[in-house]
Design a protein around this ligand. Structure first.
Ligand code: BTN
Length: 258
């Protein structure tokens, strides 16, 4: 199981500079969804964590499996002074923050599957769901990370998945992980209105697990095959088609062709 989530322990791993923009850390034994709580009750800079979610939300209306006491179900409500024109890039930037945070915790071999899934050796470790609040200047950033869940346990997850425990061979301290994520995520959020898009594009390359892979892209009713070739400076997926043309996608489902 590992230790319980504790706001005090998380704070102990953060210094004053790390915490700029952070307000309260709310921890619940059980919620339907931390994103839902943060949307309804959170204030700017509030973090919401739950030991268990009964209706965890995934992307595209999917359910996020959220068993008790083993994983991270994390939501942060963030407010911008005005709506950033490049807001759609925030979910990719969040992915970068999570990948960097895992690296800081001496976890290696992971990467990002566009737009923002965290993967390790072809299996999903975590996902990100951003939900905007009415006027779009406020967002809830939801992160789900499989931490101490044991692959092989009864699970209804409908895709190959893994956990940090399976990757490193030991249970991880979830409070330390939350602090590591905040240390990376908060600076990215503070800098986001002035995002250097060329730098973002270079940073993304380091984690891109699809680069140079043959992929199938489902976008609306269209299915296209080609080779993934990174993201452009707006965070859109670049797909080299068989005729040599490059097409970009701002939203799509991508699978690797065997
Ligand atoms: C995905 O489908 O890949 C995104 C999953 C996001 C799950 C997290 S868990 C914490 C937060 N609360 C939710 O209800 N969903 C997000």
């Amino acid at each position: 199981m590992g230790n319980n989530l504790s706001a005090d322990e998380i704070r102990q791993h953060l210094d004053v500079a790390d915490s700029v923009g952070l307000r309260d850390i709310h921890i619940f034994p059980e919620l339907d969804s931390t994103n839902r709580w943060a949307l309804q009750h959170g204030q700017c800079g509030d973090v919401c964590l739950a030991e268990q979610q009964t209706a965890g939300r995934g992307r595209r209306g999917r359910q996020w499996e959220s068993p008790a006491g083993v994983n991270l179900y994390f939501s942060l409500r963030w407010c911008f002074a005005q709506v950033p024109t490049h807001l759609p890039m925030l979910s990719l930037v969040t992915g970068l923050a999570v990948a960097e945070a895992l690296d800081d915790c001496a976890i290696h071999g992971h990467g990002l599957k566009w737009p923002n899934d965290v993967y390790h050796t072809g299996k999903k470790l975590g996902g990100i769901l951003l939900e905007a609040v009415g006027t779009l200047d406020q967002v809830v950033i939801g992160i789900g990370l499989n931490v101490n869940m044991q692959p092989g346990t009864n699970s209804s997850i409908d895709q190959p998945w893994t956990s940090l425990r399976a990757v490193v061979g030991a249970n991880l301290d979830r409070n330390l992980l939350v602090a590591a994520i905040l240390k990376r995520l908060l600076p990215h959020l503070r800098a986001f209105p002035q995002l250097d898009m060329a730098q973002f594009q270079r940073d993304w390359q380091r984690w891109d697990i699809l680069a140079n892979s043959p992929v199938r892209v489902l976008s609306g009713n269209e299915v296209l095959e080609g080779v993934a070739c990174g993201v452009d400076s707006q965070g859109q997926l670049r797909l080299a088609l068989n005729d040599g043309l490059v097409k970009v996608f701002s939203s799509a489902d991508v699978s690797v062709r065997m």
